[in-house]
Design a protein around this ligand. Structure first.
Ligand SMILES: Cc1cc2nc3c(=O)[nH]c(=O)nc-3n(C[C@H](O)[C@H](O)[C@H](O)COP(=O)(O)OP(=O)(O)OC[C@H]3O[C@@H](n4cnc5c(N)ncnc54)[C@H](O)[C@@H]3O)c2cc1C
Length: 437
């Protein structure tokens, strides 16, 4: 039978372009027999492989990625490693256990990342000063009240800021209200993924540009690749929204394509036209609002589009249209920097479910899967990856229980309803976005 071929699109997104060039590892070839295979070298797969290696120091673990390291969502996101999630809507006492569960997972993921960044000396612009959650328009101002209530009820440290205080810190007067939550990390996503992938434990071998084309289920499972085959006792699938290409969580996960841009480095004069903070990250209190960062290397990064685009990256033509939306948002916030050009624009695909739940658990007796964290996968994916390795090794922990408690995903109808449903699902996040975009 002919093997399925799938398109694993890549491009020169800016986050990776700004780093020192690294050579990809050789693609996998030949026949291999190993106890463990991890498919997908984003934060989930990297974390799972590391944890498996700790438990099984004498086992060989193969880690595969269809693309070059850093080309997946983990290397091209906006770089917010979240500890405290923002749940929209009024605080619901019946959901308190769930809110706390999700934040425990986020925090564990963040702790794991911090430890690795420190132990391995990864230079990824790690900045641990939390985020600004901001509101500029009517709908986000309502969410501001909701978020304040959430933080108070859950007892999380935060500081409320009015328009003047935000202007003084950030250098834009667009936001009327905001909350600074000090837990949370800003980072350079491609630098993080390169750092983790280039410093794997001795018994993990990474093969880039090595798409798995088919999984022949059984004990052991047999994986078909273009120039090789792997027979493995246990398989971890960490391919996020691309799991359906391998026949898993079909009709439960879809991809939403986001896009953003970042400027060239600002000059000293340009920086002095801004607020008092040298580096910061804003998360909008509106789900469709812009994510805006002043990065450690003095660039603005802004992301403010999301759409259903068949779960692939944007073409240059489409991206240049989206860049106009980024541009308008940038100049609205910083008219004093209207002359500063964008140096890069990029798109990326995040995995989402119909009911915004995450995926975790066993698919068959020896195949495990985690993924689909919407826009919060940096810390959460790291935690899910480690927990999945625990689970596959029969290690019990609070983290495993927390991940297992994720609500089941609701079913997504087949095409063409999938396309229509997904189109509206993603579009809905922009209702009432107004000035926050
Ligand atoms: C533009 C954008 C901005 C975002 N901003 C943030 C943010 O600021 N903070 C945050 O927490 N989250 C953010 N996210 C979401 C976050 O990036 C993801 O949730 C997270 O990276 C998912 O990690 P992952 O390892 O599960 O998947 P991925 O990073 O998608 O990795 C999956 C890997 O599997 C590989 N793969 C797929 N199929 C195969 C196959 N058949 N064979 C071999 N390999 C395969 C892919 O090449 C890919 O590298 C953003 C996402 C996007 C797109």
């Amino acid at each position: 039978m002919a093997l399925a071929t799938h398109n694993f699109s890549t491009d020169n997104h800016g986050w990776a372009e700004l780093l020192t060039k690294r050579e990809a590892t050789s693609p996998l070839s030949g026949d291999h027999r190993v106890p463990w295979v991890v498919i997908g070298a984003g934060v989930t797969g990297l974390s799972a492989a590391k944890r498996l290696a700790q438990y099984n120091p004498n086992d060989q673990i193969i880690l595969l990625d269809a693309r070059k390291l850093g080309q997946g969502a983990s290397g091209r996101n906006s770089g917010y490693a979240v500890a405290i999630s923002q749940f929209s809507g009024a605080f619901d006492k019946n959901q308190e256990t769930n809110y706390r569960r999700v934040n425990r997972i986020n925090t564990q993921g963040l702790d794991l990342l911090r430890q690795q960044v420190n132990d391995l000396g990864i230079d990824c612009q790690w900045q641990e000063d939390g985020f600004y959650h901001t509101a500029a328009d009517e709908k986000s101002l309502k969410e501001y009240d909701n978020f304040k209530d959430h933080l108070n009820q859950l007892g999380y440290e935060h500081t409320l800021l009015n328009q003047d205080e935000l202007t003084e810190r950030l250098g834009t007067n667009l936001y009327k209200s905001g909350v600074h939550v000090p837990k949370g990390v800003l980072l350079q996503p491609a630098a993080l993924v390169h750092g983790l992938g280039d410093n794997l434990p001795h018994n993990v071998t990474l093969y880039e540009n090595s798409p798995v084309l088919k999984i022949n289920q059984g004990e052991p499972a047999v994986l078909d690749l273009e120039n090789g085959k792997i027979t493995a006792d246990k398989v971890i699938i960490a391919t996020n929204y691309e799991a359906p290409k391998l026949g898993f969580i079909k009709r439960y996960i879809m991809g939403s394509t986001l896009s953003g841009s970042f400027t060239r480095q600002l000059t000293t004069d340009e920086l002095s036209s801004l607020g008092t903070l040298k580096e910061w990250g804003v998360l909008s209190l509106h789900s469709g609002g812009a994510t805006v960062r002043l990065t450690q290397d003095n660039r603005f990064s802004l992301r403010n589009t999301a759409e259903y685009h068949g779960a692939v990256l944007m073409s240059d033509t489409l991206l240049s249209k989206r860049r106009e939306i980024h541009r308008a948002a940038f100049e609205k916030r910083f008219p004093q920097l209207a002359h500063v050009p964008f140096e890069f624009s990029w798109s990326g695909v995040e995995g989402i479910s119909q009911n915004f739940t995450n995926f975790f658990g066993q698919q068959t007796s020896n195949i495990y899967l985690a993924g689909g964290y919407n826009g919060s996968g940096v810390s959460r994916g790291t935690a899910f990856g480690a927990a999945l390795a625990d689970y596959a090794c029969n290690v019990s922990s609070q983290l495993v229980d927390d991940c297992l408690a994720s609500a089941p995903a609701t079913w997504i109808p087949p095409r063409p309803f999938l396309d229509i449903g997904a189109f509206f699902k993603v579009k809905m996040r922009f209702i009432g976005v107004g000035l926050d975009r």
